[in-house]
Design a protein around this ligand. Sequence first.
Ligand SMILES: Cc1cc2nc3c(=O)[nH]c(=O)nc-3n(C[C@H](O)[C@H](O)[C@H](O)COP(=O)(O)OP(=O)(O)OC[C@H]3O[C@@H](n4cnc5c(N)ncnc54)[C@H](O)[C@@H]3O)c2cc1C
Length: 473
Amino acid sequence: MTKKYDIIIIGAGLSGLLSASLLSKKGLKVCVLEKNITPGGMIQPFKRKGIMQETGMNFFGAYKKGQIQYELFRIFGIEDIEISDIPVFELVTDKKVYKIPNNYYKFYKEISGYFPKEKENILKFIEKIKEINSGLTINNIYDNTNLYNYLGEGAEPFLNGLTTDKELINLLKYNALLCGYDSEKTSLYLYASITGSFMQSAGMFTGGTRQFIDIITRKIILNGGSIFTKKEAVEIVSEGNIIKECICKDGTRYKADKFLSTLHPYILLPLIKSPVLKSFYRKRIMQLPVSKGSFIVNAVMYNKSFPYYKNPKIIQFKAEKSNKSVLFYTPVSGKNGNFARVVKLMTDDSYSEYVKYAESKTGKRADDYTFFVQKKVRKLFNAVNSIIPDFERNTESYYVSTPLTFRDFTGTPYGSSYGLVHNFNSPEKSIIPINTKFKNLFLAGQSINFHGMLGVSVTSLLASSAITGEKIK
Ligand SMILES: Cc1cc2nc3c(=O)[nH]c(=O)nc-3n(C[C@H](O)[C@H](O)[C@H](O)COP(=O)(O)OP(=O)(O)OC[C@H]3O[C@@H](n4cnc5c(N)ncnc54)[C@H](O)[C@@H]3O)c2cc1C
């Protein structure tokens, strides 16, 4: 007999888990369906030779009591999770090492010190970031004014209008990797939301992302929720404008009063055959571009050979045509006393470079693929060696994830890291509402609103509120 739930959530990535935690806490009978063998989605920690490695989520902002991410964690029921503070990011350019404090006041003091002639512009920058973030407080979150005001403005035109000092503009884009920054598309709303959250505080899970997944899945189950893995949704069946059930690849069927999809819209739309979704709507969504992918190297350091760095570094190096950034940090979870056991390197990467290998699967790639990947690793290592001379000498082994790895493990279309891109030049086309043409189907996940811990948390809260009919605070 098919069991009926209050709500079926499709996808156990960050969005599915946060929403399931909140909705089960609210007393709803929740069922999460996940196609992979483990929950986490883009957050995929893995163990090699007994040592935990991180892919996906690195840091998040505004996590301190009273700040927005803390309040969201509280609402999701996970405010007790242990977080380590990151007081400062370091931007290493060929000119200088800049310290960028994760605090509005300290940010102003430090950055004005580097650019004394730009004090006024730095202040204007902070004021604008604060203004946009005023919409991201727990009391204002249900008001979309800032979203609609700033989704049609570009981050790049804003920065270029602020100052002519290229070095300062470069510094203000220090978190470009975490924003999935694209100078031609990234909206001021996205850039300011993420930057503003880091200018309040920054942190990472002390026990790594594994700790986060373990705690949140335990809470969902304790609240009476169910998480089923190896359940790939292959069809979402409707009658008129009501969704009836979700059919999985193994033939199992799941019924509920309401459904929440956290899938990438490219994956979701083909699952719904109903003519309720018009072809022009399908076409519009399927034509939205996806963000870039990531190239990640997890380097395992010889035991007690390499210092643990509290401050993550963003190293800029010259690539073929432009500057490229690589994020370098030592996760707390890989700490061994004052030493780091693991170093994570991350840079952005384009799927277009992998098209030649697109038909292959992990573990069965063409011979020249290894060579191709090694060349990329070499470039990253050279960039890191130039500022941290002991890095490679102390590296015992390393593991690489490319956009193809992400595509194969997480199912993300074209190995994209941050889902669909919302282009500030055509904001009306980029907006995908939480409510759909189906009365009982809701959308969440990183392609709706914006990506990352903050973007996904906000959307998961708004979707959960739409489902319960209550403005949850
Ligand atoms: C390399 C990298 C680094 C990042 N760093 C940061 C960072 O430092 N800070 C930050 O805030 N954010 C970061 N992010 C972004 C953040 O991790 C994502 O925005 C977030 O995890 C996305 O969650 P999601 O639930 O929207 O999507 P997903 O995690 O993609 O979840 C979707 C889930 O649906 C499942 N699924 C797909 N198809 C089906 C199907 N047919 N049936 C059932 N299940 C299905 C997938 O397996 C997946 O588990 C990073 C992302 C990447 C890739």
